[in-house]
Design a protein around this ligand. Structure first.
Ligand SMILES: [Zn+2]
Length: 286
């Protein structure tokens, strides 16, 4: 059994270093002979030339009579005398159509018919911009499309927040003024500028297509209700409608600024989805 353990101890060395195996072949054969004594297996014939394949995987020599693999050489194309030299093929460049493609993202609100909008090319002006801006022309309110007085350029988030708010105002208008909305009167949307009444270094959400200004509403009976003209009539239906519109916006947008916020907002409601607070969940409703 002593020789058995020797063999086991040597086996990994032999398996991993076949060159060294030659040095150990003769003593190893002796060990194998001792190891296999007494077993059913017939003893291999004693030989001075050991059979390495039985002990360790020694690379077999290549049979001398086999023809060596034919060397494949690329066909030589005879160049015509005086023909211009063919340059080596270069890696295929990315097709210009692929390189110039603008990767924009789709807006579910458009696909679901909640807003009528066209995708616009990316906007980029210094820090300002939006990669997938929409030009929104109408929003769905209670089963019909209500047009915007002028198209607004916004991001998908703003486009998605508008329909519910317009539907609220539409319902208030019908209840209080007995006429539905004919249009939402819109002002500034995308514009790269500092914040109104804010510090000069601070870019307005308008600069990220993340804000829309609403100047008022036109009813189906032709009446126009404007923030500038009607906000002050606090107890009249027009003034109440504007206040309800302001307050309803505070549920769907993150910033709502009206005439009571500051003098810059005397003639419109500013709506945006800017991030306030560490987790973007704080709202400003003034
Ligand atoms: Zn604004």
């Amino acid at each position: 059994m002593h020789s058995h353990f020797k063999l086991i101890a040597l086996a990994p060395l032999l398996l991993t270093t076949p060159v060294l195996a030659q040095d150990f072949l003769t003593p190893l054969q002796d060990m194998v002979d001792q190891f296999t004594q007494g077993s059913e297996r017939p003893k291999p014939p004693q030989s001075t030339a050991p059979t390495p394949a039985e002990i360790a995987p020694v690379p077999r020599p290549r049979p001398p009579d086999l023809p060596s693999a034919p060397v494949v050489t690329p066909p030589v194309v005879a160049e015509e005398e005086g023909a211009p030299e063919t340059p080596a093929p270069e890696p295929e460049p990315i097709a210009s159509t692929e390189r110039d493609r603008v990767y924009q993202v789709a807006c579910p609100a458009v696909i679901q018919g909640l807003v009528e909008a066209e995708m616009a090319p990316p906007l980029s002006e210094g820090i300002c911009g939006e990669h997938s801006p929409l030009v929104v022309t109408a929003v769905l309110s209670r089963g019909r499309m209500v047009p915007l007085s002028s198209p607004v350029t916004t991001n998908c988030q703003m486009a998605s927040a508008l329909p519910d708010w317009v539907a609220d105002v539409d319902g208030y208008a019908e209840a209080m003024l007995e006429s539905r909305l004919a249009s939402v009167d819109t002002g500034t949307s995308y514009m790269c500028r500092a914040r109104n009444g804010g510090d000069e270094a601070s870019i307005s959400e308008h600069g990220f297509a993340n804000a829309v200004d609403v100047t008022g509403f036109t009813l189906e009976d032709g009446r126009k209700i404007g923030v500038e003209a009607d906000w002050a009539k606090a107890t009249a239906p027009e003034g109440r409608l504007l206040r309800l519109a302001h307050d309803a916006a505070c549920g769907g947008f993150m910033t709502v600024l009206g005439p009571e916020a500051n003098a810059e907002h005397h003639d419109h409601l500013h709506l945006d989805l800017g991030c306030h607070g560490e987790s973007c969940q704080a709202r400003i409703c003034e």
